[in-house]
Ligand binder design. Sequence first.
Ligand SMILES: Nc1ncnc2c1ncn2[C@@H]1O[C@H](COP(=O)(O)OP(=O)(O)OP(=O)(O)O)[C@@H](O)[C@H]1O
Ligand SMILES: [Mg+2]
Length: 311
Amino acid sequence: MRERIFFSIFLTAAFAAAVIALAAHFEMPIWAVAGIGIVFTAASAFVLATVISRKMLAETENMRKVLTEQQNELKKEHEAQDKMRREFTANVSHELKTPLTSISGFAEIIQNGLVKQEDISRFAGNIYDETQRLITLVGDIMKLSQLDEDAVPAQKEQIDLYESCSAVISQLKSTADKRGVRFTLEGEHVSIIGVEQIIDEIIYNLCDNAIKYNKENGWITVRVYSGESGNVLSVSDTGIGIPPEDTEHIFQRFYRVNKSHSKEIGGTGLGLSIVKHGAAYHNADIKVESTLGVGTRISVIFPQAQESAGS
Ligand SMILES: Nc1ncnc2c1ncn2[C@@H]1O[C@H](COP(=O)(O)OP(=O)(O)OP(=O)(O)O)[C@@H](O)[C@H]1O
Ligand SMILES: [Mg+2]
């Protein structure tokens, strides 16, 4: 573009010089020289204006294309978010409705005097279990929405990842014992900057899954170490494993590999979504390695420099 303008100016100047030289040679009157000069200046200005306006038109067209592409991408993103929101609402409603229907059913039977005295305690137990499911579900939804909104109430602080794992393992020990599953904790005291409540949630959900999807008398190994890629927390189990085609979906809200099986052992499919959001909040990566029938290892890799966590 710039070359073209210089070339046009150069041509005009050369032509004007030639005209002036010719005019001087033929002793033309000054008004004729001035007239020819004006005509050539006007002509070159016109040519320049045409070149510039064409270039501007082309650039505007390019910008329009880029803007249209960006608008289309934004529209697609909004549509995907809308779809996710609709699915989330439908799933939440379904998950809330199921225990509520059971509770209402049990209560109605008791109210109508259809339950024998000796069965009342069992019915009350069922109501209690369903209520606990509801409390867990509502709690998980609240945690997710806090992470979604970046509205985590607690402050970031220095956390000893090894100590946090030790505390969560103690909390889950009796549940593991009931299934004959044993924990080992390996590694070193690694310090990260984070929100303790979220870190505990991550560890809890990974360990809870390692118990639930383990085999009878299986093992869980929790490891904490400082690796080349960052500070790593990994939870390995000797359980049922995850089919390769499901691996990319397990972090989606309400996704369960085997819905009927998961129903028997509880769970709503929100645990790993909390892990995913919690890891993202700490700028951590997640790695899943699993072999069907052999076991699963899920690693959370926290960056060494944690200053930007949650920003
Ligand atoms: N360690 C694991 N081994 C085998 N399958 C797993 C493991 N962890 C998760 N999964 C599969 O991924 C699914 C999603 O896990 P997630 O923790 O999100 O939900 P959940 O355990 O079913 O319910 P919740 O955690 O809400 O109680 C599980 O239902 C299970 O099918
Ligand atoms: Mg879970």
